[in-house]
Ligand binder design. Structure first.
Ligand code: IVH
Length: 665
């Protein structure tokens, strides 16, 4: 390659990498796979090595990562949060070990850990209490995401020991099943999908509203100490056990290895069970176990010399698009799917994949008969990465999105600015079928024995026309259905009967109210005494409930504005379903059960409503006046006459901090 050619290629690669950095770090929506990104980086690095005259400090090969988002306050990390050098083979790992030996280290031991595919966070504790959290950003400065980190349950507010200062590094991630749920819901709602759990985690953390972060149920694994006073482990093994003893979540999956053979064996073991893990990993991290020896090795600007990241090769498969069909979901969304020649990929056989919407088909130019490359987003949802256009024979057919609903023939609508086309007919048989399948599903009413094929048989034979018909099925009519006998009919009726006991949280999810997932169902049912209270609630009061944002609030109000939905609730009530919320139910096993609190004065860092909510969620009650029945006076700044009265009755006081401490134990 001539110098001029190298310069052109280097400029091009830098531009491409800058574009992809922005898509990945700032927009949380990558345009290419990690593997393709790594390949661009590797090519740039090797060109810069061959033509050092073109290496400048601004090159992406010289920087650690993304850039901080302007919406959050900037945090300067006390020490740079370094990244890791990549290894792609056994040879690369051997070379890493050789470098350590050449640096004079003998009798080496390594801790090998899964490389979580998430978002790096630094989390600080002062005197054992959570104090701040920041994203990595470019490694030097990150974003202050303290408020959002508080919304992650996996991050303890308090450590089990009051050590003076501790800042840990960890990877926040979205468990695979939550990612799958979230994207299914987003697809139904016509919202853009997250490419993978990592982007979903990053998108969830960089929300201006912590409620949204809370609703996304992120988790975290901690794996390093950034700074500490009062905690100085001597090895990575001790560090991880120590963090775990302090109450921080640490990945139980890790191994002490001594040789490259040990390391490769463990990598092999994890890579075979990788798809069964509940979280996404993209490789394994190999760390020098001895912490004192790390300091002597130092870092190379961007990477520490004591660790290396082995990256798994991408898992993709090639197959043929045999057909493109349209499914109609319960909200009427008409979603195209590709019927594929079955192919084994990342732990399962794939014969179908969603194509999301007509624009995606057009953008990727996917045609019936095409050879395509597929991969799994977040190890779960298969997707078409690209069409192998070189393999076209000319017989491929372009796909035309039908204008009418394929199920009921109603002309579909596609609102301006939305990618999803919908069947507007609320009585569309496909919508009814999907609504019932959802209603009876495991996480909703959990009607055992009523799978999609049974729902279809019941509908096809005219036994059900509405959801509530499920509760008025006639045994002899079921027996008469193909595939049913006396015993199976009895079993089915028994599970239907049992489902009447399901709590309100499940009914709310089962009803298929847009944006109301399982979590929102639980939050709502713990907030209302019964469904009538919920129906009567307006948008503002719904919006003031923790974890319920304006979108969910509006959707609930819209749902209960529709006459037919109110009618459905009425019918389900008459069928004997349990519409009572959990608001006033006293549970004996909650930490504050049986205790009555009176709040006096201004509480630091918490509104009265929030304090009330905290008490009630933990089984306690609140009252506005002090009496002999009061268990504690929750004391804030500048208390009024309630304090004097409590004193005279000998009622103990408690501060909000003490209360929180008690609840965290
Ligand atoms: S150690 C200074 N351990 O992978 C060394 N990193 O490609 C700190 N990662 O930037 C990194 N799981 O965000 C380490 N068990 C693990 C990890 C891990 C995921 C991330 C981390 C790092 C990136 C490097």
């Amino acid at each position: 390659m001539s110098e001029a050619e190298a310069k052109t290629r280097i400029d091009y690669l830098k531009q491409e990498i800058a574009k992809h950095n922005k898509a990945y770090y700032v927009e949380d929506a990558p345009l290419i796979s990690d593997f393709e990104y790594d390949a661009l980086m590797e090519e740039l690095k090797s060109l810069e090595r061959a033509f050092p005259q073109f290496l400048d400090p601004d090159s992406p090969t010289q920087k650690v990562g993304g850039e901080a988002l302007p919406a959050f306050a900037t945090v300067h990390h006390p020490q740079p949060l370094l990244s890791l050098e990549n290894a792609f083979s056994r040879d690369d790992i051997e070379a890493f070990i050789t470098r350590l030996q050449k640096a004079g280290l003998t009798s080496l031991a390594f801790t090998v850990e899964p490389k979580m595919d998430g978002l790096t966070l630094s989390i600080s504790y002062k005197n054992g209490k959570f104090s701040a959290a920041a994203t990595r950003g470019d490694g030097i400065t990150g974003e202050n995401v303290t408020a959002n980190a508080k919304a992650i349950k996996a991050i303890p507010r308090k450590l089990k020991e009051n050590i003076a200062e501790l800042t840990v590094r960890g990877e926040a991630y979205m468990p695979k099943h939550i990612f799958a749920e979230l994207n299914t819901e987003r697809e139904e709602n016509g919202e853009s999908l997250f490419a993978n759990p990592r982007n979903a985690a990053a998108g969830s953390l960089r929300q201006l509203d912590p409620k949204i972060t809370a609703s996304r149920r992120l988790s975290i694994f901690c794996y390093d100490i950034i700074s500490s006073q009062g905690f100085a482990p001597i090895s990575q093994q001790q560090l991880l056990t120590g963090l775990s003893d302090l109450g921080l979540p640490v990945n139980p999956e890790r191994r002490l290895c001594y040789t490259v053979d040990d390391i490769m064996e463990y990598i092999e073991e994890i890579s075979t069970k990788r798809h069964k893990l509940p979280y996404d990993i993209d490789g394994m991290v190999i760390k020098l176990d001895n912490i004192a020896n790390r300091a002597s090795l130092g870092a190379t600007g961007k990477f520490p010399r004591w660790a290396i990241a082995y990256k798994f090769p991408p898992e993709q498969a090639e197959t043929t698009v045999e057909n493109i069909i349209i499914g109609v979901g319960r909200t009427g969304a008409m979603t195209p799917s590709a019927v594929l020649t079955p192919v084994f990929l990342a732990g399962s056989t794939i014969s179908r994949t969603t194509l999301h919407n007509e624009d995606n088909i057009k953008d990727k130019d996917i045609r019936i008969g095409d050879r395509v490359l597929i991969q799994k987003a977040g190890d779960v949802i298969p997707e078409v990465v690209k069409v192998l256009k070189d393999k076209r024979t000319g017989t491929e057919q372009q796909f035309v999105m039908p204008i009418n609903c394929p199920e009921c023939g109603t002309p579909s609508i596609r609102p301006v600015g939305e990618a999803v086309r919908r069947c507007p007919n609320v009585y569309c048989p496909a919508r009814l079928y999907e609504s019932i399948v959802h209603f009876v599903s495991k996480n909703a009413m959990d009607i055992d024995g009523m799978g999609p094929s049974v729902v279809k048989t019941l509908l096809d034979n005219g036994l059900i026309h509405h959801i509530d018909d499920l509760y008025h099925l006639d045994k002899s009519a079921i027996i008469a259905l193909p595939g049913f006998g006396e015993l199976s009919a009895d079993n089915l009726l028994r599970s239907i009967e049992k489902s009447k006991q399901q709590p309100l949280s499940r009914i709310l999810f089962a009803l298929g109210i847009r944006h109301v997932g399982e979590r929102a169902g639980k939050v709502l049912s713990s907030h209302f005494a019964d469904i009538d209270d919920l129906i009567a609630a307006d948008e503002d009061s719904l919006n003031s409930i923790p974890e319920i944002g304006p979108v969910i609030a509006k959707s609930i109000v819209d749902f209960f504005h529709e006459e037919r939905n109110l009618l459905l609730i009425e019918r389900l009530k008459n069928s004997g379903l349990n519409f009572h919320g959990e608001k006033n139910t006293v549970s004996d096993d909650l930490p504050l059960s049986g205790q009555v609190f009176v709040i006096s004065g201004t509480l630091p860092g918490m509104s009265r409503d929030e304090a009330k909510d905290l008490i009630e969620r933990n089984g306690g009650k609140t009252s506005s006046s002090v009496s002999k029945k009061t268990s504690y006076l929750l004391l804030g700044a500048n208390p009024g006459s309630k304090f004097d009265k409590a004193q005279s009755l000998g009622i103990p006081t408690i501060t909000i901090e003490e209360l929180q401490q008690r609840l965290n134990k």
